[in-house]
Ligand binder design. Structure first.
Ligand SMILES: NC(=O)c1ccc[n+]([C@@H]2O[C@H](COP(=O)([O-])OP(=O)(O)OC[C@H]3O[C@@H](n4cnc5c(N)ncnc54)[C@H](OP(=O)(O)O)[C@@H]3O)[C@@H](O)[C@H]2O)c1
Length: 303
C-alpha cells in the first residue's frame, strides 16, 4: 500500500525516521520543516498552509513539537503555541479538508505514580508545562472533528540525534564512570521502530473506515528499565569499560519534574493495528548500527 502523507517536521528524530522508513516502504512523504511551517505562527497562517497542501492526502502526521521539557517551564507561551494552539489549527483544517490526522504525544501527560503500565484511557495529570501543553494539544485534536489518532510515545532516541544514547556514547569516550538516575523507569523507544508503527497506524487510519480513532500508546516492548539500566545496556553493547554510578533523581535536579514511572501499555495499539512492537534491546541494537553507519559515512566524507 502506497500512501501520500504530509509530515509536519523534518529535522526531528521521529520526522527523520518517518522520511527514511516511509520512503523505504514506498510511501510518498511531503515533509514541512520550520521554514515551510513555523508552528509558533498565527493559527490562520497555519490553516492556510494546510489548505495549500496537495489535494488527496492520505494522512498528515504532526511530528514536530516544542520538546524542551525544562525550557517549557519558563517558555510556557511558546510551548502551548507549538504543542496545542498549532495542532488545534491543523486539526481544524484537517477536519475541513477531510485529511486523516495523527498527533504524536507523550508519556509526560501522566504523573508517573502508577505501578502498572499506563493504558490510553488512564487518568492524565501532567507534572510540568511540556506535558500539560501536549495534553492540551491532544484534547484540541480530539475535539476538532478530524478523523484523528493520538499516538503517545516515550523515551525516544535514535543513533544520531541529541539524545540519551548519543550522550552516553560521548561520555564513554572520556569517562570511566557516569552517574545516571536509577529511579525513573520506562521503555526506551528507537525512532525507527516508532516510525514504522506510526506508518502502520497511518495505513490503518487511511484504509480502514471502521477503525477506532482515539488514543493509543506506542513504545518498544521488553522489561521496564531505569535510565541507569539503559546506560548499562548501551555500554555492554558497545563493549566499553565505562561504569554506571546509580543515583536517585534527587541527586540530579532538573527544572521540570519527570514522571518516575513512564511505562505505557501498548496492547491496544499492537492488537488493533496488528503490529507487534520489538523489545527495546532490539531497538538499541538498530540504533547503534545507525550510529556506527553515520560515523562511517562521516569518516568517508572527510577522507
Ligand atoms: N524525544 C522524546 O523522548 C519523546 C518522548 C515522548 C514523546 N515525544 C513526542 O514525539 C514527537 C517527536 O519528538 P522528537 O524526539 O522527534 O522531537 P525532536 O527531535 O526534539 O524534534 C522536534 C522537532 O520539532 C520542530 N519544531 C520545534 N518548534 C517548532 C516550530 N515552532 N515550528 C516548526 N517546527 C518546530 C523542530 O524543528 P527545528 O529543528 O527547526 O528546531 C524539530 O524538527 C513530539 O511530539 C514529542 O512531543 C518525544
Amino acid at each position: 500500500m502506497s500512501l501520500r502523507l504530509a509530515v509536519i517536521g523534518k529535522t526531528g528524530q521521529l520526522a527523520r525516521a518517518l522520511l527514511r522508513e516511509g520512503e523505504a516502504s514506498g510511501h510518498q512523504i511531503i515533509a514541512l520543516d520550520r521554514d515551510a511551517l513555523d508552528l509558533a505562527t498565527k493559527p490562520i497562517d497555519i490553516k492556510t498552509a494546510i489548505a495549500a497542501l496537495p489535494a488527496g492526502l492520505d494522512g498528515l502526521i504532526i511530528a514536530a513539537a516544542y520538546t524542551d521539557v525544562d525550557g517549557a517551564e519558563s517558555n510556557a507561551d511558546l510551548a502551548y503555541a507549538v504543542n496545542s494552539t498549532a495542532p488545534a489549527a491543523i486539526a481544524n483544517a484537517c477536519a475541513q479538508h477531510d485529511i486523516p490526522l495523527i498527533y504524536i504525544s507523550t508519556d509526560y501527560v501522566f504523573d508517573g505514580e502508577a505501578d502498572q503500565p499506563y493504558a490510553p484511557d488512564d487518568d492524565t495529570d501532567p507534572l510540568g508545562v511540556y506535558g500539560a501543553s501536549k495534553l492540551d494539544g491532544e484534547l484540541a485534536v480530539l475535539s476538532s472533528g478530524a478523523r484523528a489518532l493520538i499516538l503517545r510515545t516515550a523515551w525516544v532516541y535514535d543513533g544520531t540525534g541529541n539524545n540519551f544514547l548519543t550522550t552516553m556514547l560521548k561520555k564513554s569516550e572520556t569517562q570511566d564512570m557516569v552517574s545516571v538516575v536509577d529511579d525513573q523507569f520506562g521503555r526506551p523507544t528507537y525512532a525507527g521502530d516508532l516510525a514504522r508503527a506510526v506508518l502502520k497506524a497511518a495505513e490503518g487510519l487511511s484504509e480502514e473506515a471502521d477503525l477506532e480513532a482515539g488514543v493509543y500508546h506506542i513504545t518498544n516492548g521488553g522489561e521496564d528499565v531505569s535510565w541507569a539500566g539503559f546506560a548499562k545496556a548501551i555500554f555492554k553493547a558497545k563493549n566499553t569499560n565505562t561504569n554506571v554510578d546509580e543515583i536517585p533523581t534527587s541527586d540530579f535536579p532538573t527544572t521540570a519534574e519527570r514522571p518516575a514511572y513512564s511505562v505505557l501499555n501498548t496492547d491496544s495499539f499492537e492488537r488493533i493495528f496488528r503490529h507487534p512492537m520489538p523489545d527495546w534491546q532490539a531497538g538499541l541494537r538498530a540504533a547503534l548500527d545507525e550510529h556506527d553507519d553515520a560515523l562511517e559515512e562521516s569518516r568517508d566524507e572527510t577522507t
